[in-house]
Every structure is written in C-alpha cells, then in structure tokens.
Design a protein around this ligand. Structure first.
Ligand code: TXA
Ligand code: MG
Length: 344
C-alpha cells in the first residue's frame, strides 16, 4: 500500500509539488497524469523498477510494449533511428498531439519497455500537464493508459482514483480527457506507414501528409478474430456488451430488455440523445448527439465504466459509424463487445 498524493492542476506551480514529482519519477515510482487522449500511468523509461511496477499494478502482459513520452521533440533522437523521409512531415503536422509513431530503436532503450522488440513507440503529448510532468521529470516517461489491463481506459479522475488509489504515489486530477480515446499508433519503419491502432488522427488526415498509408491487417474487418483470446480482450466492461445495428434497433433492444428482466438481469443501454428516451430499463447512458462524434468519442469509456458502477449485467449499445471519428469509436466498441454484433 502506498500513501497516494492527489494534486490539482494548480498545484503544479508549487516548488514542493514539483520536487515530489521529480523525485517519484526518478526514484522508480509511478505517477498518474492526464493527457489529451486518456490518463496515463507513468514511470521513468530509464527505470527498470518503475516500468516493472507499471506492468504489475496494471496486470499487463510483459510482452505488450509501452509508449515513451517526451515533452519536446528534440530529445527523441537519442533513442531512435528515423529511417523514412515522410516522418519529418508527420512530425510537423501532428506533434505535439495524439499520434504515436513506432521507430527502430537505439540500444539505449531498455528491453523492459519494448517487450523485446527492436522498435519503440514514441509520443509527444499536447496536454500542458503531461508536458509539464515530463519536463519536471527530465527523463522520457513511459505511460500506458491508466486502467487495469483489459478494462476501458480512464478518462476521468474518478476512474483512475478507483483503480489506483493506494497503488501509485501521485495522481494528478486533470478533469475529463479531451479526446477520450487513445492515440493513433503508426508504424513508420517501412516505406509506407502502417496504422496499428486507429485514433482521432485518422487515415485520411495522415494521407493528406503522406500519399500512401496502410491499415494493419489485424484491423481489417469486424468479424470475430480466428483465434480469440487474451489478445482481443480490450476496453471490456464487466457486463456482457452487444452492439445492435440496423433499422429496428429500438424494438429489438426493448424486446431484449423484457427478456433479460424476466431472468432478473440488470440491463443498460448506450444510445445517442435522439434515441435515449425510447428505452425503459435500469439505466440508459445518453452518449451525446448523433452528429457530435467528438463528444461521443470522449464519452465512450465513461459509458462503459458507468455500466460497471451501476452493476449492469447486460449492456446493449447502438453503433456510432458516422463522422470523422466513426471508425475509431467503432474499433474500440467492437473490441469492448468482443465483436458481438446483432444486425436487426
Ligand atoms: O493515448 C495514448 O497513447 C495513451 C496515453 C496515456 O498516452 N497511452 C496508451 O498506451 O494508450 P498503451 O500502453 O495503453 O497502448 C500502447 C499501444 C499498445 O497497443 C501497444 O501494443 C502499442 O501501443 N505499442 C507500443 N510499442 C509498440 C511497438 N514497438 N510496436 C508496435 N506497437 C507498439
Ligand atoms: Mg491501454
């Protein structure tokens, strides 16, 4: 058990708080801080102890590599090789911001964070608090999403507090995350960049900078993966989530609510504002107006986590394909539902 200090954003100007942050990171301990995407649980990338503790408290498999976060672009060159000329343009267009790039690493990058790969993921967040924490630490900071492995990432202070109070030394309360979904992960080691994880820096946005960009094969299609397993358990609430799509969504979900209630299950529904009032059940999460995909993105993990807080057994969600972020929202929702989709 650790005595967790909670700091507000305004505390970061205080000398003793800055000294605490620097000491915690440099002595191989952990700090949770907000970024523009989701909250991160950070450790010095150069501290084996700090990094191993992240894997331990998150329950994360050790072969899943971490992202190194920097507060300024200049210092990345000590750690990576930039092999492709298009990278410079991507950096100019999207950094600082919610784009992570995977590079060939230099030997100085510790094996503990790369899961043994010869590449390393790098991100320069745009959130002023994330930048400040990394700058105070004075070292690159590894920061996976601050959630227990397999569950939805944290986008509210209350979420990180619930998961990590007494498990990390410092938590910074930065309110609600702006984006609400994790950064786009882009492999930039080859001639053509490859999207490994979609995010709000979309394929179209990357294409406007570099003419060619591929999607990782693992991301194509929404069918059940051939060998489902741990690898695919992501962003999952405890309740059984099913996505419902098609013309008869309201009728179908209302039928299911009745059936589930007969077997005493608590049923929750995630729906856009125009549909939310049509369901009569234990809990309905209004995720936002159907045309406002940035709000839907920022509320998605809050919706999933609220279902758990309400101890909902069975969850139905409408789908959110529309708009610029439709693809990334649905990428996360399909995984959260373990690819359970009903077309009606
Ligand atoms: O928005 C974000 O990226 C957040 C905030 C806190 O910065 N961080 C985050 O980290 O989402 P994490 O660890 O939850 O997700 C990192 C993803 C994982 O899917 C991991 O497999 C992938 O990046 N990754 C990391 N290093 C990699 C590498 N060398 N090659 C391929 N994928 C890598
Ligand atoms: Mg994560």
């Amino acid at each position: 058990m650790v005595d967790t200090r909670i700091y507000k954003v305004t505390d970061l100007d205080k000398n003793d708080v800055q000294a605490d942050i620097k000491n915690i990171v440099r002595s191989g301990k952990n700090i949770i801080f907000p970024t523009e995407t989701v909250y991160g649980i950070g450790a010095s990338a150069l501290s084996e102890k700090g990094v191993q503790n992240i894997y331990k408290v998150k329950g994360r498999p050790s072969d899943n590599p971490l992202i190194m976060h920097f507060s300024d672009i200049g210092s990345i060159h000590d750690y990576i090789h930039i092999d492709q000329s298009y990278v410079k343009k991507l950096i100019e267009a999207f950094w600082p911001g919610p784009l992570t790039m995977v590079f060939r690493r230099k030997p100085v990058v510790p094996n503990t964070i790369t899961g043994g790969l010869d590449t390393v993921a790098i991100r320069v967040p745009s959130h002023p608090i994330a930048q400040k924490v990394i700058a105070i630490a004075g070292v690159p900071v590894c920061a996976p999403s601050a959630n227990i492995s397999g569950t939805p990432s944290s986008t509210l202070f209350e979420h990180v507090y619930a998961d990590f109070n007494k498990k990390v030394d410092i938590i910074i309360d930065g309110g609600k995350s702006d984006v609400g979904l994790e950064s786009t992960v882009l492999d930039v080691t080859g001639d053509v960049p490859v999207i490994l994880r979609p995010g709000i820096i979309t394929k179209a946005m990357i294409k406007s900078i570099t003419p060619h960009v591929d999607m990782s094969e693992a991301l194509q299609g929404t069918e059940v993966p051939k060998s489902p397993g741990m690898k695919y358990k992501h962003y999952a609430p405890s309740g059984k989530l099913t996505i419902v799509e098609g013309e008869k969504v309201t009728d179908y979900i209302n039928d299911q609510i009745k059936k589930q209630h007969q077997s005493n299950k608590k049923v929750g529904v995630i729906a856009t504002a125009n549909l939310a009032k049509r369901f009569d059940t234990d809990y309905v999460f209004n995720i936002g107006e159907s045309f406002d995909e940035a709000i839907i993105a920022s509320n998605l993990y809050i919706a999933l986590r609220t279902m758990d807080q309400m101890q909902i057994d069975v969850i139905y969600s409408v789908s959110f394909h529309q708009g610029r972020y439709g693809e990334v929202i649905m990428n996360r929702l399909y995984k959260a539902a373990n690819h359970r989709v009903v077309k009606v």
